[in-house]
Design a protein around this ligand. Structure first.
Ligand code: SF4
Length: 693
């Protein structure tokens, strides 16, 4: 323990872990953080926090942090520390060389949902305007891209409908494919408080999560088989429609009635009844009927969902099915109801808002729209390519085919976090220039030619946008240890590539975002300082932001019902791989653990374990604590077994916080039909006893 002493001053900033977006007071002594205190006026957290935000910021000072830029000609060569100028010049020469040799579209980049809105905006600007193509994608591709697709199709906007305060008016909370007690703990506490006041809870999840097991909370649990979300949500709709529980007055007023009728006729078919789908879904028909009745008739019904919905081959279909359910019951457009994606990373919402998808400019406007492109071209002083660029999986495929040879990856360890690790290795190995911009030499950096040191959230100004569309300030509490904040690094790289971007402070970047993005026109650092935060849309119509959306009408006009046919994933169990693996998180770790594992509290560093039902364990001669070999069609890894009835027979579960676990060696290539979001949550596996790794 280093004795730092009493704080001398404090700075209010925003947690850089999950999508709750807790505000903290960083209490400082000089350039050292003494402690992080949850900020009582934080609109998302109201003075609360979890262990990650409060105690897991020590990675900023971790000895493995890289503070000097490094380059190497080949990945077999040792790294060589160089000046920032030399690193930028080396990277720019390589990237421009690739474009000369293979064409303008042979390079691209990936933005990070960990970085600020301003940094994300700059990376997509560099790619569209500096690289001259639209080969920009975001790590949100592999988590919440189906949310964007599904909610924009049905409601007209790619975001959750409510603020967190709304939970205080909720009578029935439905959690689908999420475990907020572990992944969004401060929101979970607010929800539990409401449940203790009498609100009902329905949990649709293959595993009996901490929310189900929480004391003083009586949850109705629907333990479905992984991969059957659409069948379960359609069966809920079947009950609502066939028992006359739909809110037809709401639908007639707010939605397209003809589309509703078509959808209602579809879900009413006997093949969608709880009884007909029970064998497929594994859910007791009576429990499912009870859940549908409670949601439709229990007052204000709010749906909260997570990656257990999106990371499936039918991720987008499930989001649409959920939206249908909310519209059919009139649970949209007032406090206490809604469809609320629980975003995993601190700035998933923001990175999507900022134009990180290859087909969309900031504000979710399609790149092919002439009028929209005209605005950006006028301000950026360039001609933009109207063709959508490559998504992340397409970039990897093109690299292996030899047509995509250079990538700039900001704040994302794609080798660990993307599916089918072997495929990612093959793609990175084929590229002639991989630029990694990160705090640590991550796994992706093993295949990099340029390493640009990143800055932590404590070292820069900017904004994050949380899961409730709340834009909050990130404030610099210390100088960047690497000498440059991330937004300055992107500007440096752009300049070396011949594309000037001139900003002296991130507030100027936000001013440009506001000038170009209709949902942000009222946003400025001055307003954020004055109000604490605002929720977009924030513009002339809503100068102080919009906590609840779709109040008087849906953003798209009439709410759109879309028929959602269940299609089984191509990942099938069989004699060789008879079990289904699904994954999740623990409270004290964050994603692949790059930051949380680099904090001092070793108590948190529990290994990833494989949960297995007693019946399946006994059949395989596996005892609690034994090492087991976990094999799928894609690969294998070794884990310790934890025997528990939290999972049903036929289902196994693990977390993915440690690099040794290599969960993504196991996962498949299957992905969401609409967005290519990988199907992380369903993998057919076999388990056998092992002597250890
Ligand atoms: Fe940070 Fe999320 Fe924990 Fe809040 S709940 S402190 S935002 S990790």
């Amino acid at each position: 323990v280093i004795e730092i002493g009493q704080p001398e001053h404090s700075v209010v900033t925003t947690c850089a872990y999950c999508g709750v977006g807790c505000a903290f007071k960083a209490e400082m002594r000089g350039e050292e953080v003494v402690r992080m205190v949850p900020y009582k006026d934080g609109k998302a957290n109201r003075g609360h926090s979890c262990v990650k935000g409060r105690f897991a910021w020590g990675y900023t000072n971790h000895k493995e942090r890289i503070l000097k830029p490094m380059i190497r000609e080949r990945i077999e060569d040792p790294w060589r520390e160089v000046s920032w100028d030399e690193a930028f010049s080396f990277a720019a020469t390589k990237m421009r060389g690739i474009q000369k040799k293979y064409g303008r579209d042979a390079i691209g980049g990936i933005t990070s949902s960990r970085c600020t809105n301003e940094e994300t905006y700059l990376v997509q600007k560099l790619i569209r305007a500096g690289f001259g193509n639209n080969n920009v994608d975001t790590c949100a591709r592999v988590c919440h891209s189906p949310t964007g697709y599904g909610l924009s199709q049905t409601f007209g906007t790619s975001a959750g409908t409510q603020d967190f305060d709304s939970v205080e008016d909720t009578d029935v909370a439905v959690i689908i494919g999420a475990n907020p007690a572990s992944a969004h703990p401060v929101f979970a506490s607010r929800l539990k408080k409401r449940l203790r006041q009498g609100a009902k809870l329905i949990v649709i999840d293959p595993r009996r999560t901490e929310m189900v097991e929480s004391p003083h909370v009586k949850a109705l649990h629907l333990p479905l088989m992984p991969g059957t979300n659409v069948a379960v949500v359609t069966a809920l709709a079947h009950v609502i429609v066939t028992e006359g529980l739909a809110n037809e007055a709401f639908v007639r007023e707010r939605c397209d009635w003809a589309e509703f009728e078509e959808w209602a006729a579809f879900v009413a078919q006997p093949k969608h009844s709880p009884e007909a789908t029970a064998i497929l879904t594994g859910v007791d028909p009576q429990v499912l009927r009870e859940a549908a009745r409670i949601y439709a008739t229990g007052g204000n019904g709010a749906i909260y969902y997570g990656l257990g919905v999106t990371e499936h081959s039918q991720g987008s279909t499930t989001v649409i099915a959920i939206a249908n359910l909310a519209m059919a019951t009139g649970n949209i457009g007032r406090p206490g109801v809604g469809v609320n994606p629980l975003r995993g990373q601190n700035n998933v919402q923001g990175s999507c808002d900022m134009g990180s998808f290859p087909h969309e400019l900031p504000g979710y406007r399609h790149i092919s729209g002439d009028a929209v492109r005209d605005q950006f071209e006028a301000l950026w002083n360039v001609k933009l390519n109207p063709e959508p660029g490559l998504r992340i999986p397409n970039m990897f495929d093109a690299a292996i085919e030899g047509s995509f040879m250079g990538i700039y990856v900001q704040g994302e360890d794609i080798l660990q976090s993307d599916p089918n690790t072997k495929h990612v290795v093959a793609a990175l190995s084929a590229m002639e220039c991989v630029i990694v911009h990160d705090l640590f030499l991550n796994e992706t950096a093993n295949y990099a030619h340029v390493f640009l040191p990143g800055s932590s959230f404590l070292e820069k100004d900017g904004t994050f946008t949380n899961a409730e569309r709340r834009i909050q300030r990130v404030r610099k509490v210390m100088s960047p240890k690497n000498g440059m904040a991330d937004w300055e690094v992107t500007i440096g790289l752009a300049k070396a590539m011949g594309f000037e971007m001139n900003y002296s402070h991130p507030s100027e970047i936000m001013d440009e975002i506001a000038a170009l993005t209709p949902t942000f026109t009222g946003v400025s650092y001055a307003k954020l300082d004055e109000l604490g935060s605002v929720q977009w849309p924030c513009n002339e119509k809503a100068p102080e932001g919009t906590p609840v959306m779709h109040i008087d009408g849906f953003v798209r006009g009439k709410g759109k019902f879309i028929v959602t046919e269940y299609v089984a994933t191509d990942e099938r169990t069989g004699p060789r791989f008879p079990l289904l693996l699904t994954t999740g998180r623990i409270l004290s770790q964050y994603n692949v653990g790059a930051q949380t594992r680099r904090t001092d509290n070793v108590v948190w560093h529990a290994e990833d374990r494989l949960e297995i039902h007693p019946h399946d364990a006994e059949q395989r001669g596996v005892r609690d604590g034994d090492w087991v070999r976990l094999q799928s069609r894609a690969g294998e890894t070794t884990l310790r077994a934890e025997i528990t009835d939290r999972v049903s027979p036929g289902v196994v579960y693990t977390t993915f916080h440690h690099p040794d676990t290599q969960a993504n060696v196991i996962t498949t290539d299957f992905s969401d039909w609409a967005t290519n979001c990988p199907e992380y949550k369903v993998t057919a596996v076999q388990i056998s006893p092992s002597n250890g790794p």
